[in-house]
Structure formats: structure tokens, C-alpha cells
Design a protein. Structure first.
Length: 166
């Protein structure tokens, strides 16, 4: 997996981004099944400006995962699986999350005055646009070939959140 660090981001956020969680996708006609259920999912989450110092330095720390190669390896073992099943997150997401949280915890140990937000969109952050503005374009075309999963690194308003992964 590839470590990705993009610094000096302009924080872009609004309530509309939280609504993206309600967009339908395969098998979920009402959007994400966690919407309205988990405390770190909308509409239970506030906008990011209630959680962090929006004028502080803002970064994206993430990992890139080659989903295309992953699908090809699985296809060799399971030639009868559908394209959808070969790319299903059940077969890669835990590995990606483990690596992301490992590098995030290392980063926060070194730079303890920050907080890491693991679901920035839940707080209204338009992370896709922020990365695009820095020349880093996410590819949303299906089938997905590369997964980029990351956290927003920024200074918290509440000092007790320093060094935490929220």
C-alpha cells in the first residue's frame, strides 16, 4: 500500500456533503445503512467547525490500495466469482483500515497537537474537492481500480481530543 500525505489543504465543508450518505448504491436504496444510527454518522454529527479549529493547518493522510491487482489475484483463486464480488470491500477493507490506522497513530504520536477525523464527509468535509484542488484526483469510475482511504488531520477545538483518532 502507498502512504499519501497532502498538506496545506483548504478546508471546504457544508451541510450538503453530509447528505451524500443518503445517496443510493448497490443493495442500499436509502444510502448508507449507518445514516442516523451511529454517533459518528450524519445527522448525529455536527459540521466540522464545531469540532476543529477551521483556521489551522489541514492535511490528508491516507493509503492507496491497488484494487485492480487485488481483484486479479482473487480471480485466479475464484474464477467463477462476479466482478462485483471480486471487488467487494469484505475482502480488502479490514487490511486497508489496519494500515491507515497504523500510520495515523504513528503520525499523531509524532505530531500530538492534531486530531485525525476518520470520516470527514460525516462532518460535512468535501474531501474529494479539497484533494482535487491540490492536483490529486480520485477516480470514481466503476470498476474502481485504486482505493484511497484516509483521514483529515487538523487541530481540535477541544484540547482533550489532541492525538486522537475520531
Amino acid at each position: 500500500m502507498q502512504k499519501i500525505l497532502i498538506e496545506n489543504l483548504n478546508l471546504l465543508y457544508n451541510k450538503h456533503v453530509q447528505g451524500l450518505c443518503k445517496l443510493k448504491y448497490r443493495g442500499h436504496k436509502d444510502g448508507c445503512p449507518n445514516y442516523g444510527k451511529l454517533n459518528n454518522c450524519p445527522p448525529k454529527t455536527p459540521l466540522i467547525d464545531k469540532l476543529v479549529d477551521i483556521k489551522s493547518e489541514c492535511k490528508f493522510l491516507g493509503v492507496g490500495f491497488d484494487l485492480k491487482s487485488h481483484r486479479e489475484k482473487l480471480r485466479e483463486k475464484h474464477p467463477n466469482w462476479s466482478e462485483w464480488k471480486l471487488g467487494c470491500l469484505l475482502y480488502w477493507q479490514n487490511k486497508v483500515n489496519k494500515e491507515l490506522y497504523k500510520i495515523t497513530k504513528e503520525y499523531l504520536r509524532e505530531k500530538g497537537s492534531f486530531v485525525a477525523i476518520k470520516k470527514p464527509e460525516a462532518y460535512g468535509v468535501n474531501i474529494t474537492r479539497m484533494l482535487y484542488d491540490k492536483g490529486f484526483q480520485l477516480d470514481w469510475k466503476h470498476p474502481l481500480n485504486k482505493i484511497v482511504k484516509g483521514v483529515l488531520i487538523i487541530k481540535p477545538l477541544n484540547k482533550s481530543n489532541k492525538g486522537k483518532l475520531i
